[in-house]
Design a protein around this ligand. Structure first.
Ligand code: C2E
Ligand code: MG
Ligand code: MG
Ligand code: MG
Length: 276
């Protein structure tokens, strides 16, 4: 159906599809420009322990678009992944987080502050990914145990051998590993015992079901996750905690760490440091 009329000008006869394609081409070229310039920044959302003390933060990527304003990663990460732009972007996130860790080392209250970053599949499965991480950590002279990488189950399952190998290498360097969005995949429970994770993050879809009619089943799953993780000596953090009631439930079930709007919204580094 498509007729190529020249470079970047494939025409479609389905107007809706054509509009979608054009939007995507546009976003791709905007992304490319943003990576070259300084169109991206990280915001930090605090993670607290049982006493409510901030022990670390998750770095979340934001895109400051010249016309459209701030764009959510939910919109642009998939495009970045499809186009391969996630590689330079992911590398920038890694370096930026290390830079921030370096800066925060100067502040007494932040000496032990751990930053978690999200790693996408393509980025993780690059041949030299472990090397990139080591260089970033060494180059910024930070203690490797202050950096945590969040991986998803689907990333790991894409190539379980490669993943296990890299995870072991990263652990040997002292880097921490967290399994993000836990419980949303098919076989999380089965793999957790075999993979060298330091932490699991209970997905917010479970956490936020409190108060809904099917909630009881979700709470049973959360309790199961917490029990399993504890037996495996893996720490548990709940993401997406929005209310006191959710927090209270999670505490009752034995959850140790928490992240969510109830404890703090993601903030730029400066605001974050002032608020802490
Ligand atoms: P995620 O890693 O599961 O991050 C948690 C998301 O939940 C974040 O959305 C965060 O802002 C949001 N959140 C935190 N607390 C609450 C809460 O109490 N309620 C609700 N409803 N949401 C909460 P955000 O920042 O829009 O990021 C979305 C996703 O984009 C992330 O999900 C992650 O998968 C991806 N992402 C973000 N930054 C990066 C990055 O640097 N690299 C890669 N590869 N992916 C990223
Ligand atoms: Mg995450
Ligand atoms: Mg998550
Ligand atoms: Mg999630």
């Amino acid at each position: 159906q498509a007729k190529a009329t020249g470079r970047n000008s494939i025409r479609f006869y389905n107007p809706a599809l054509q509009a979608t394609m054009e939007k995507r081409f546009r976003m791709e070229s905007d992304l490319r420009n943003a990576i070259g310039g300084n169109g991206f920044f990280l915001v930090y959302q605090n993670q607290v322990d049982a006493k409510g003390i901030t022990v670390g933060s998750e770095a979340l990527l934001r895109w400051r678009h010249p016309e459209k304003g701030i764009i959510s990663p939910i919109e642009f990460i998939p495009v970045a992944e499809d186009t391969g732009l996630i590689l330079p972007l992911g590398h920038w996130v890694l370096k930026e987080a290390c830079l921030q860790l370096r800066q925060w080392q100067r502040h007494e209250a932040f000496r032990e502050h751990v930053i978690s970053i999200n790693v996408s599949a393509k980025q993780f499965h690059q041949k030299d990914f472990v090397d990139q991480v080591q260089k970033a950590v060494d180059g910024h002279e930070i203690s490797p145990d202050l950096l945590k990488l969040e991986l998803t189950e689907s990333l790991v399952l894409e190539d379980i051998e490669d993943s296990t190998c890299k995870m072991q290498q990263l652990r040997a360097l002292g880097i921490q590993l967290s399994m993000d969005d836990f419980g949303t995949g098919y076989s999380s429970m089965a793999y957790l015992s075999r993979l060298p994770f330091d932490e699991v993050k209970i997905d917010k879809s479970f956490v936020q079901s409190a108060g809904h009619h099917h909630a009881q089943r979700d709470w049973i799953i959360i309790e199961g996750i917490i029990g399993l993780a504890k037996n495996l000596r893996i720490r548990v953090i709940a993401e997406g905690v929005e209310s006191e009631a959710q927090h209270a439930f999670l505490v009752q079930l034995g959850c140790q760490y928490f992240q969510g709007y109830y404890f703090g919204r993601p903030k730029d580094a400066e605001t974050f440091a002032h608020a802490s």
